[in-house]
Design a binder for this molecule. Structure first.
Ligand SMILES: NC(=O)c1ccc[n+]([C@@H]2O[C@H](COP(=O)([O-])OP(=O)(O)OC[C@H]3O[C@@H](n4cnc5c(N)ncnc54)[C@H](OP(=O)(O)O)[C@@H]3O)[C@@H](O)[C@H]2O)c1
Length: 299
């Protein structure tokens, strides 16, 4: 049993997903402590305690986690490997729940694929959490796959829609449902997990704000703007090929190509729906796709 959780340490609390996680935790009444690197210039809301840590030192991390009930890691992708020391520190500090920095593809099903090679630090972290929770029943974990960050992805072009030029890049038929989550929705999922920790102990969960197809997004943005958008056709097979070539040369920008090649492929069947979705378990309602797209178009 995970027991009740009040004090939450957030790692990477000033980051893209960290900011929304902190805001939703504060809204829900949790006490939040941000762990931040020595020399970091990150800033945090006034009611967040911040502690400088050395991610190489289990001792420094254990001392920073004293009195914390949960750790939510939203640490940057390049620092994913630091999480093993963080897990050791969490166990030593008697933390009850550890949520690792996943927040993307379901890393439980990618071992042995090119994407799995790039994300092996995430896979190792969850494997390590599984083994630590088996050794220490009072130490539990929850992994969260969110799919693509949707509101942020629209803003920075990773969803394939450019509102300035009114151009959509549609991969394959454009009919595959794709798991996506808005950042505040991810924050609310973390709140739901920590509010009722027993429901999600030692589980890897997939959530989604919604699972739109590219053609559904196109239809909505055309209706909202009252204009036909230019459509550029692209192939996921080509994206995969480019990704594998880049990866063979040690170029990790391969990740974006491989991701598009994986998620938009016809028949990929990776949506977080029905049995593949933990939205119901966490009491999360699907969000309004049109409202999210409208907000982006107006912004
Ligand atoms: N699904 C998606 O579309 C998507 C998109 C982007 C990211 N993600 C995933 O979401 C998680 C969080 O990513 P994010 O983009 O939110 O993180 P981020 O904004 O890039 O970084 C979060 C924080 O990590 C801390 N950090 C610690 N060590 C670091 C290092 N060596 N280099 C840089 N920062 C370091 C920094 O905080 P301090 O300065 O306070 O130490 C930084 O503000 C990752 O697992 C990532 O793979 C998913």
């Amino acid at each position: 049993m995970a027991g009740s959780i009040k004090n939450v340490a957030v790692v990477g609390a000033s980051g893209n997903v960290g900011k929304d996680v902190v805001q939703e935790l504060l809204n829900a009444g949790f006490s939040v402590t941000a762990l931040t690197r020595e020399g970091s210039t990150s800033t945090f809301p006034a009611n967040v305690v911040s502690k400088k840590v050395d991610y190489q030192s289990v001792e420094s991390l254990t001392s920073a986690l004293d009195g914390q009930d949960a750790v939510v890691s939203t640490i940057a992708t390049p620092a994913i490997g630091s999480q093993l020391a963080l897990v050791d520190a969490a166990v030593a500090a008697k933390v009850k729940r550890f949520i690792p920095s996943e927040f993307g593809v379901n890393t439980r099903i990618i071992a042995g694929t090119p994407i799995g090679d790039i994300l092996q630090g995430k896979i190792k972290t969850v494997d390590y959490l599984v083994s630590k929770s088996q050794e220490n029943p009072s130490f539990t974990w929850t992994g969260v796959s969110t799919g693509l960050f949707f509101d942020r992805g629209l803003k920075y072009g990773s969803i394939g829609f450019d509102k300035k030029s009114k151009t959509a890049t549609i991969y394959d038929s454009g009919n595959e449902p794709v798991q996506v989550s808005n950042l505040s929705f991810i924050g609310r999922a973390i709140v739901a997990i920590l509010s009722q920790p027993d429901k999600s102990a030692n589980q890897y969960l997939s959530i989604a704000s919604f699972n739109p197809t590219q053609n559904q997004i196109l239809e909505i943005v055309e209706a909202e703007t009252g204009e036909k958008w230019k459509v550029e056709r692209a192939s996921t097979a080509e994206e995969k090929k480019i990704g594998v070539e880049k990866l063979s040369k040690g170029d990790y920008s391969a990740f974006s190509n491989l991701l598009r090649g994986r998620l938009f492929t016809d028949g990929a069947n990776l949506a977080a729906k029905g049995e593949n979705s933990a939205n119901d378990l966490l009491g999360l309602k699907e969000e309004d796709l049109t409202a999210t797209l409208r907000e982006w178009l107006r912004g």
